[in-house]
Design a protein around this ligand. Structure first.
Ligand SMILES: [Zn+2]
Length: 593
């Protein structure tokens, strides 16, 4: 296989890959944004529906025109952050984007004011394609303060709430940890030691977590001060911005409502036994009387050492998608054929895996470090599911409707993993192979549905405690964390005592102005399992309905989209469908024992 099959071709994004020409494009983008500003700034209040259509259209045209140059700069840097030219281009992209953001910030603000005074505009037939986009702006309006207050908040946050976020992240990344590996003491940073959490060596996994959380617990004053400041600041903002609950801001941002959230979380609470059943089966597969916390994410000791070449992965994934739908299969094939994937593992490459939409090209680009393990095949299928979402949404929607929130953005990707699972299970010859596949799927399900839910319940309990005037010191926060954690895991896991400090290292609790980061992922996981259950029930007739859902992009709320498909995300009955699908996988795994 030619190696460059695994290296993406970014030249399609731009007319010329000459760095000077890209820089020039970025400069043009800024000056065109400024032109747009001088044309519309201060004039939005007087616009009718046609005027708004014109304004939004111009902004989209600007974004599409320069999207290729922006993506190019971001992606060359993702591919190799040590490359000098890439660094410069990326820096230029960031500076240009900030300028464009500043120049065009007035659009949503002025539009919000106009819509607040004439809400009927959001329903004007001329603006039909932007209806939900405008409704979302309208939903934010009652919580926006005066311009002076907003500016003051930004100024104070820079050294206030953001300072705590930076402190937590800097403190964590500058700690070093010492543990013994093969009789030798090794000192390493946080980013490196957490690599041992998934080691096949049980003792190393244990030692790594013991070392990290024992050390982090010693700084509980720092972590608790940061967490307290972030939470209390949020409570103040709720009062100022008239958000009725600590979660309101997040529900607005995620385009969800409280009823859907409540029925989702209730379903989780009512099904913790199902998760615990899986954990007990996993303990058997690992020859342990009970799982320890450091076994939760561990691979099975008896997993077959099967590897998948790049060609194998392409073959399996394309077939899996093609069995679902011919057109989707063709798009997946096109992603490989046009070399929109970067799989080569190289120094300086951005960690993890991601898919970036390329709306102007009605396609996407994917980055991952492909190491031939089954996990890597899954990651690739996942990212390609995001690409399918982009293919469908960019063909059906205005660019403003291609900004999918976390609860919907994972629909194509997790569904794609399940299609791959179906195919791999059919081909699996031994029970060990089947076990390896099912534990990959169920581990992920366990993390996203239950472990992540523990974070949601924990975060809720932090605000409850503050409302009841409880002082949040390190030990108190740890008690709240272990309570939420134990509610999910019951007696199925043995936790090391130091794990009470697990919350100290989770960045989500410290993000400035970004509360309740986690539940959209619970939503996504159970949503897709439920959809997959429907696919199994309805067969081929489900395919066009599923494609229509992805094609809707962000043009409708998740609740509306579900209603169109004939189910109700505010009812526990729907979410139970997702649990039923998980139960089927768990039963399959149990039968292999
Ligand atoms: Zn994803």
């Amino acid at each position: 296989m030619a190696k460059d099959e695994m290296v993406w071709d970014l030249s399609q994004l731009v007319e010329s890959t000459n760095p000077a020409s890209i820089q020039k494009q970025l400069e043009n983008m800024v000056s065109e944004a400024e032109k747009l500003r001088s044309k519309w700034h201060g004039k939005i209040a007087g616009l009718d529906a046609r005027g708004i259509l014109d304004l939004l259209g111009s902004r989209e045209a600007l974004n599409l025109k320069f999207e290729g140059a922006v993506r190019y700069g971001q992606l060359v840097y993702g591919a190799d952050s040590t490359d000098e030219t890439a660094k410069q281009l990326y820096d230029a992209v960031r500076r240009a984007m900030t300028k464009v953001g500043q120049a065009l910030a007035f659009v949503d603000i002025e539009l919000g004011r106009l819509l607040a005074s004439k809400p009927s505009l959001a329903k004007d037939p001329v603006l039909a394609e932007y209806r939900h986009y405008l409704e979302r702006i309208l939903r934010r309006v009652p919580h926006i303060l005066s311009e002076t207050e907003e500016q003051l908040i930004i100024t104070k946050d820079k050294n206030g709430i953001s300072g705590w976020e930076i402190l937590q992240s800097d403190w964590l990344s500058t700690r070093t940890f010492t543990m013994e590996i093969k009789g030798e003491k090794k000192t390493m940073p946080y980013g490196q030691i957490i690599g041992f959490y998934q080691s096949p060596d049980r003792n190393l996994r244990k030692q790594a977590r013991q070392t990290v959380f024992e050390d982090l617990g010693k700084d509980d004053i720092v972590w608790a001060s940061a967490a307290r400041a972030v939470c209390e600041d949020h409570m103040e903002m709720c009062r100022l911005r008239k958000w009725p609950t600590p979660m309101t801001q997040s529900l607005i941002d995620n385009d969800l409502d409280r009823e859907a959230f409540d029925s989702l979380m209730k379903t989780i609470q009512n099904n913790t036994r199902l998760y615990q059943k899986y954990l007990k089966i996993k303990a058997k597969l690992m020859d342990q009387p009970k799982l320890a916390d450091y076994d939760l994410a561990a691979p099975l000791p008896k997993s077959p050492e099967k590897t998948y070449s790049w060609t194998d992965a392409r073959q399996e994934i394309t077939s899996a998608y093609r069995e679902f739908d011919e057109q989707v299969g063709n798009w997946i094939d096109e992603m490989y054929e046009r070399r929109h994937l970067d799989g080569e593992a190289r120094k300086g490459k951005s960690p993890g895996a991601w898919c970036t939409p390329w709306l102007a090209g009605k396609s996407a680009y994917i980055l991952q470090s492909y190491n031939e393990r089954m996990m890597d095949v899954y990651t690739q299928a996942h990212e390609l599911g995001h690409a399918v979402h982009d293919y469908l949404a960019s063909r059906a929607q205005k660019p403003s409707n291609c900004e999918m929130g976390s609860s919907i953005a994972e629909t194509g990707s997790i569904f794609g993993e399940l299609l791959l699972t179906e195919r791999l299970l059919k081909k699996a010859k031994t029970k060990e192979e089947k076990q390896a596949i099912l534990t990959v799927v169920l581990d992920e399900f366990g993390v996203s549905a239950f472990q992540v839910s523990a974070r949601v319940f924990f975060e809720e309990s932090l605000y409850d405690a503050i409302e009841h005037d409880q002082f949040l010191d390190g030990e108190t926060i740890s008690k709240l964390w272990t309570a939420a954690r134990d509610m999910m895991h019951g007696d199925a896991v043995e936790w090391m005592d130091v794990m009470k400090w697990q919350w100290t290292a989770t960045p989500h609790y410290y993000l400035a102005n970004y509360r309740f980061y986690n539940y959209p992922y619970v939503f996504a996981q159970l949503f897709v399992f439920a959809l997959y259950g429907l696919y199994k029930e309805q067969g081929k007739s489900f395919v066009p309905r599923f494609k229509a859902l992805l094609a809707a992009g962000s043009s409708r709320s998740p609740r509306e989209m579900s209603t169109e498909l004939g189910f109700d995300v505010t009812s526990e009955e729907f979410w139970r469908k997702g649990m039923k699908q998980a139960e089927e996988f768990i039963d399959m795994l149990e039968k292999t024992l």
